[in-house]
Design a protein around this ligand. Structure first.
Ligand code: NAD
Length: 257
């Protein structure tokens, strides 16, 4: 049985992934702001280092898989800079800090949660994506605060997807047997899309979000994909961005062939 680390494990997709993996007999080390094994604030470099140290200790220095679910949504009243710090830097810096523990496993797998907003939301600020991929957190936070959370969200998730594609094929990762992949969910029913702190007008607009399947996704449907991408059935997945959105991306990006 494997040892997996899940950030954002206290809620939504992270909590569902925990349940799925534990029911398969695996050990899960959760990281979140509260209500899980490791308490850490992934919006700061110090919080990320503390999280990596605590995980290394709890895992005995060997991690078979890491799932980065911790994130802030664009519909609550959060500054765009903090959103970028959690969604992008909180993921890539933790993945990087845990690389030694992932290397010690026999074929580790990393899954980050991107978003289908990367292809369906117009007006993504490219300078914010570039600042993230350049590793310039101060500049990314400055731009995030300037543009506000709604455009900062898809920018943070687009940068995360491109980081996965860039890094996955480098010898430092796949050469050490570590597979990096991302899931791009559409609208999933979690506190991020139906919580009390959402802007009521924006929350109402979500009811008009096009989902050909006819309903929002459930967190356990993303957890099933997490389990697959961590497991032995997905060994050819390397740098893949897997959309799981009930058809939203396909509907909104049709071509006239
Ligand atoms: P959620 O709000 O239920 O869970 C997010 C978790 O992240 C919470 O437990 C929260 O405490 C944690 N978190 C937030 N800031 C943190 C910080 N500074 N340090 C540590 N933990 C922190 O949301 P969810 O819907 O389960 O989202 C999980 C991931 O999926 C997020 O990255 C989100 O952007 C992404 N996503 C969600 C949807 C959706 O429709 N729900 C769609 C696409 C992508």
């Amino acid at each position: 049985m494997a040892t997996y680390v899940i950030t954002g494990a206290a809620s939504g997709i992270g909590a569902a992934s925990r349940r799925t993996l534990e029911s398969g007999g695996h050990t899960v080390i959760g990281v979140d702001l509260a209500h899980t094994d490791v308490t850490a604030d992934l919006s700061t470099p110090g919080g990320r280092t503390a999280a990596a140290d605590a995980v290394s200790e709890a895992s005995g220095g060997v991690v078979d898989g890491l799932v980065c679910c911790a994130g802030l949504g664009s519909l609550s009243h959060v500054p765009g800079g903090r959103l970028v710090a959690v969604n992008y830097f909180g993921a890539v810096e933790l993945v990087t800090a845990l690389k030694p523990a992932l290397e010690r496993a026999d074929g580790a797998s990393v899954v980050v949660i991107s978003s289908s907003s990367t292809t369906t939301q117009p007006g993504i600020p490219e300078n914010l994506v570039t600042a993230c991929l350049d590793g310039d957190e101060a500049e990314a936070v400055r731009i995030g605060d300037q543009v506000t959370a709604i455009p900062a969200y898809p920018a943070s998730k687009l940068a995360l997807a491109w980081w996965i594609r860039r890094e996955a094929v480098r010898p430092e990762w796949i050469g050490n047997g570590i597979r990096l992949n991302a899931i791009a969910p559409g609208m999933i029913d979690t506190p991020m899309t139906s919580g009390d702190d959402l802007d009521p007008e924006l929350a109402k607009a979500l009811d008009f979000y096009p989902v050909p399947l006819g309903r929002r996704g459930r967190p356990d449907e993303i957890a099933a994909l997490v389990e697959f991408l961590l497991g032995p059935g997905s060994t050819l997945f390397c740098g893949s961005i897997v959309f799981a959105d009930g058809g939203t991306d396909a509907q909104l990006r049709q071509q006239d062939w």
